[in-house]
Ligand binder design. Structure first.
Ligand code: AGV
Ligand code: CA
Length: 328
């Protein structure tokens, strides 16, 4: 007999790859039931990120997935340059929002799925209402998840089967370039380091998909060509259009191209064999100082004290979880 679809809550932040991730989750209705979507005002302007999400849902025929905008802000916001293209004063994620394929509806048709409750509270409501624990896929900073775990403790934690989070860097270098930072952190962790500490302390089962894994999946022209044979699928056409916006990065900035960071994370949920998972990795999160947002293996801290230890009192908490370390 067919297994029940996995019940998933998707928590994202409107990046280019966050939208391809949404497409991936929607494309497998036999495997995934999306219970709701919460969005953080991080990698895209929040109103735009919410609207694009609603448009994708509507276009693909999903009329019962509520979408809520979080009111939370991080300690270290993303550079405005990512949220707004400096050339045209257009948010980067606008390149997704303008696509005719997702603009066939009247604006009011999007309204029924827009939730008025702030995203962080809606996430709590949704979780607490679940009869059984569900899967959380988080592809932005952990602020919403941390809020719920901090505010509702075990009542919320017991409703989370597992968190899959794109974030952190264990043995890989970080991707934060910011004044006063040493570059050891990944951006989702750096945006709200306290949230990482809170999620770690909650001890909710966590599968981390860090830069170590996502470094294997740069978005290249070859990747997008592979959608060709599936061009009768709207999912593939949309995914190809969205990825095409960032294929030039592998040439323009080969040291730091665009990656399918978040999409790999969801792919690990849908196809566990895709990722090699290291079981029960002890890590800690640094919440203050020049390494803030760093997620490090506890072993490393012991081995090379000094460079790898968190600053005194700056440890956000250690956590036990799986880390997705390699991917195809
Ligand atoms: O660090 C990766 C995370 C992913 O969730 N995001 C982008 C993905 O959605 C932040 C990020 C890192 N480098 C970036 C990012 C860049 N150059 N442009 C936009 N976002
Ligand atoms: Ca993201």
């Amino acid at each position: 007999a067919e297994a029940e679809p996995l019940k998933i809550i998707f928590d994202h932040d409107g990046g280019i790859d966050d939208f391809v991730t949404l497409l991936l989750l929607l494309s497998r209705p036999a495997d995934v039931k999306l219970l709701g979507i919460t969005i953080l005002d991080a990698d895209c302007k929040i109103d735009l990120a919410v609207n694009t999400t609603l448009k994708i849902l509507y276009t693909l025929g999903f009329r019962d997935v509520p979408v809520a905008a979080s009111s939370l802000q991080g300690a270290n916001p993303f550079p405005e340059l990512w949220r707004w293209s400096p050339l045209r004063r257009v948010p980067y994620c606008r390149t997704v929002d303008v696509q005719p394929l997702i603009n066939g509806m009247r604006p009011e048709e999007l309204e029924p799925q827009r939730v008025k409750t702030p995203g962080e509270d809606f996430l709590a409501e949704l979780l607490l209402a679940q009869p059984e624990p569900v899967t959380l896929v988080s592809t932005g900073p952990l602020s919403n998840v941390a809020h719920v775990l901090t505010r509702y403790g075990e009542a919320a934690a017991s409703k989370i089967k597992k968190i899959y989070w794109m974030g952190g860097a264990l043995r890989a270098h970080g991707n934060v370039v910011a004044p006063g930072h040493d570059g050891t952190a990944e951006w989702n962790a750096y945006w709200d380091p306290e949230a990482v500490g809170a999620v770690w302390r909650s001890r909710v089962p966590l599968v981390l998909v860090p830069l170590d894994a996502t470094n294997a999946v740069p978005v290249t022209p070859d990747l997008v060509y592979r959608f060709g044979p599936q061009s009768d699928s709207r999912y593939s056409v949309l995914a190809g259009i969205i990825w095409s916006k960032v294929i030039s990065w592998v040439y323009e900035r080969p040291h730091e191209p665009y990656y399918a960071w978040d999409t790999l994370t969801a792919a690990c949920v849908l196809r566990p064999g895709l990722c090699e998972v290291e079981e029960t990795v002890e890590t800690y999160a640094v919440t203050e100082g020049r390494s803030q947002g760093r997620t490090a293996l506890a072993d490393d801290a012991d081995e090379d004290a000094g460079t790898c230890r968190p600053e005194e009192g700056a440890e956000g908490g250690s956590g036990r979880g799986g880390a997705c370390s390699a991917a195809v």
